[in-house]
Design a protein. Structure first.
Length: 449
């Protein structure tokens, strides 16, 4: 049915209404007009075509395949440069190193062997990295390695570069990336086994011993389950740690007692370690003259191993292998260094007017009379001279020249912090306390209130 036919039908249906009153006719007429307009609008609105009725056209286009051989040729080793890295191995020589790096360049090998600036590459210790840039033919374009033995002022970078028809070598200053490391561990068998498990360098473990040696005898006081946390400095170069620095803070729990130490540099002084209240951790005397040993005879009555007589043993004997370093337990001056009969090779150190310490049966004396020594300084080496039945150290702590049991004497601490120094220290201690909290997951009391 067409649209015109539909409109006629609507008009016919409305005709009876037009025969009524004039008012009604007006209204009805208006309605007719509006209806026609509405139907007209509906009649002219476009209809959406059905998708099924749309024409379908197939388009076919041939694509060319890239030349695979050309792509492989563009990636040929001869067209690029490559970076190789190797570590020096025990017993390495230059030929073996260059071979592992992929260098096939007799001219480069000859230059490294003959040039004074390049020759230090031959003396690198095992573990050091060597980086090389080579071309696709194995020719050396450049090489670099870190030189030095770990001291702050003794690191240099050796750089060898191809220059024209030959090579040139130079040693450049090193820019370090300084970082702060945080580690924690638990004693299972020994301190160094625990630090190894926690990936803590031996130099840091040694500093731990030095920091807490006034309160902990690491030869006999350690217990299974003791825990420690340490914050220390490291220096990195090209993604490799090249040295460890100072321990900035440490915490050690021994037999249920927790000790904390924070490094603080004092004005005009090298600084030292203090607890969180600013009290100096360092005491006037170390607890043991040996870093690691065991007590074989304490300060008590015993049967003398040579005379067989029952008598007072006026010192402490520490068993240790011959050659073990012996440390001065305090600052002082050497009063005696030499052979003392039954004591064998012996050193006596005077610590002011009141105290003195004696170290006997040494294999070798490393101090001389009158010299000043600092706490922890090596004064001799363990031996078995004099009246001795085996390698050990006989250690005496004397007060007014009378040997007393060092474990029964209250040793004074160094001077504590106060005033402005204490305020500065508390800021540092707060930061280190937060670091310990991150490692342990516990909220620590950071400073004295």
């Amino acid at each position: 049915m067409s649209l015109r036919t539909k409109l006629l039908e609507v008009a016919t249906a409305l005709l009876p209404a037009l025969r009524t009153s004039s008012k009604a006719r007006v209204i009805s007429g208006s309605a007719v007009v509006l209806s026609l307009v509405a139907f007209g609008a509906a009649g002219v609105a476009p209809m959406v075509p059905d998708a099924a009725d749309l024409p379908v056209t197939m388009v076919v286009e041939e694509l060319s395949v890239p030349d695979l051989n050309a792509q492989i040729a563009s990636l040929s080793p001869a067209a690029g440069q490559f970076v190789a890295e190797e570590r020096i191995r025990p017993g390495d020589n230059l030929s073996a190193l260059l071979d592992r790096l992929g260098v096939n360049d007799p001219q480069a090998a000859s230059f490294i062997r003959s040039d004074a600036a390049a020759r230090p590459l031959l003396g690198l210790r095992p573990g050091r990295r060597v980086q090389a840039i080579i071309d696709g033919d194995g020719r050396l374009l450049s090489a670099a390695a870190l030189l030095g033995d770990g001291r702050d002022d003794n690191h240099r970078k050796l750089v060898i570069r191809r220059s024209g028809a030959g090579f040139a070598a130079e040693q450049q200053p090193v820019a370090f990336d300084n970082r702060v490391e945080m580690r924690s561990g638990e004693i299972r068998s020994s301190l160094f086994a625990a630090t190894d498990a926690a990936q803590i360098p031996d130099s840091v473990a040694t500093q731990l011993v030095e920091i807490f040696s006034s309160d902990i005898d690491f030869a006999s006081d350690l217990r299974k389950g003791d825990r420690f946390q340490v914050v220390y400095e490291t220096a990195w170069q090209d993604g490799e740690m090249v040295r460890t620095g100072r321990v900035l803070a440490a915490e050690f729990t021994n037999a249920g007692k927790t000790l904390k130490a924070v490094w603080f540099g004092r004005n005009g002084d090298e600084g030292g370690y203090f607890d969180l209240q600013g009290k100096a951790l360092r005491k006037a005397f170390l607890k043991s003259p040996l870093a690691f040993s065991r007590v074989t005879s304490g300060f008590s009555m015993r049967v003398h191993p040579i005379s067989g007589q029952w008598k007072q043993h006026k010192g402490i004997d520490f068993a240790a292998p011959t050659g073990t370093p012996i440390r001065s337990t305090g600052d002082g001056s050497v009063e005696f260094a030499g052979n003392a009969g039954g004591y064998g090779n012996m050193v006596v150190i005077r610590h002011g007017n009141l105290y003195s310490t004696a170290y006997a049966h040494m294999s070798r004396v490393a101090a001389r009379r009158g010299m000043r020594v600092a706490q922890g300084e090596i004064v001799g080496y363990v031996g078995s001279t004099g009246w001795s039945t085996g390698p050990h150290l006989h250690y005496e702590f004397r007060v007014n020249n009378v040997a007393l049991n060092p474990n029964s004497i209250v040793i004074p601490h160094a001077q504590s912090l106060a005033g402005v120094e204490l305020q500065r220290f508390r800021t540092i201690a707060s930061d280190m306390g937060h670091r310990f909290s991150l490692m342990s997951g516990e909220k620590l009391q950071l400073a004295a209130r």
